[in-house]
Design a protein around this ligand. Structure first.
Ligand SMILES: [Zn+2]
Length: 331
């Protein structure tokens, strides 16, 4: 997708393509939340499409476009920071390692499956380890014909100069406030954040529209979770929130629930005025703490932890929330 604030960058790239001066490596840099990765994907799609539009964008209907939509195009490769395979930490350090770069460069050295470009998108390229960066350098110095590497980063100063100097730079900037606000309003899709909330979210996100949208989404998620967790004491059924919770990121909602459970345990152990995470809901948590059974609360805590550990397993989310909310109501 080319966002409204990326038009000038798209024009630049389009000119490079039409004049046959597209370099072997592009470095898309600028603040987080400006859609650089999405731009990289759009560019890759446009180059791999067999019948691009007049504006040089992908047609969306040719065989290549179908493969791209299914994420199975053999000439498009992604590299993103990952945790080390042997890491057991809950929040491990992420990096792009030399093995991943070698594997990528091998793929780029093979001939194209569709006799066109072979493209690699390297997201958050500042996370390349030094060894990985050095390994990438070789391919950047002697890329094959019709090879394009698109690197993105919000922290361009962390990318080794040797890498940066071999890429053509494409800078992304924060859009005009009016453009960002009207895009955010149009992207709300049924959410009812006020103009003031939207303006505030944009300002917290330092003007980056995609980060602002994420912030608005997470505020809505927290409000919805609080309503679900306090439905029983407000005389409502929490089950009606199952479908609503299913539209948010599972792991974040589970972690949110865990924070409510921890708050309850802490209040029971240390008294109602103890320090808690969801302090804005203290009075409702107090009411809850008077009715819960500690054994059941511990079991619920375990149930949540189990689901957090297995959050990557796909399952019927509405059923999951119904199950958890039912346990919560019966604590
Ligand atoms: Zn196409």
């Amino acid at each position: 997708m080319i966002y409204p604030w990326q038009q000038s960058q798209w024009q630049q790239v389009k000119q490079l393509i039409t004049s046959g001066r597209l370099p072997h490596a592009l470095f898309l840099h600028g603040n987080q939340g400006l859609g650089k990765a999405e731009f990289a994907v759009s560019l890759a799609n446009a180059l791999l499409c067999q019948h691009p539009t007049e504006d040089r964008q992908a047609c969306g209907s040719c065989q290549s476009c179908h493969l791209l939509a299914a994420d199975t195009h053999p000439d498009l490769h992604y590299l993103r920071p990952q945790a080390a395979e042997n890491s057991t930490s809950k929040k491990p350090a992420l990096s792009i390692r030399i093995d991943n770069v070698r594997e990528l460069c091998d793929k780029l050295n093979q001939t194209s499956q569709y006799s066109g470009y072979r493209i690699a998108i390297i997201e958050q390229a500042d996370q390349l380890t030094l060894a990985a960066a050095n390994s990438l350098l070789k391919t950047l110095e002697e890329p094959g014909k019709e090879v394009l590497m698109i690197l993105t980063s919000a922290r361009s100063h962390r990318l080794p100069v040797t890498i940066r100097s071999r890429c053509q730079l494409l800078r992304f900037t924060v859009p005009e406030e009016s453009q960002a606000l009207s895009w955010l309003k149009a992207s709300q899709q049924g959410n009812d954040a006020s103009d003031e909330q939207i303006r505030q979210a944009l300002s917290y996100a330092s003007g980056s529209p995609l980060s602002a949208l994420e912030n608005l989404h997470s505020v809505e998620q927290q409000q919805m979770l609080a309503e679900a967790m306090t439905a029983a004491i407000c005389g409502k059924s929490s089950l009606e929130y199952a479908a609503k919770l299913a539209k948010f990121t599972k792991l974040q909602t589970l972690e949110g629930m865990l924070s409510w459970t921890s708050d309850l345990s802490r209040m029971i152990a240390c008294g109602p005025e103890t320090e808690i995470i969801n302090s804005q809901h203290r009075s409702k948590l107090k009411a809850l703490s008077k009715k819960v059974n500690q054994q059941r609360l511990f079991r619920f805590h375990d149930q949540l932890n189990f689901n957090i550990q297995h959050a990557s397993i796909a399952l019927n989310e509405q059923l999951l929330w119904e199950n958890l909310l039912l346990s919560w109501d019966n604590l």
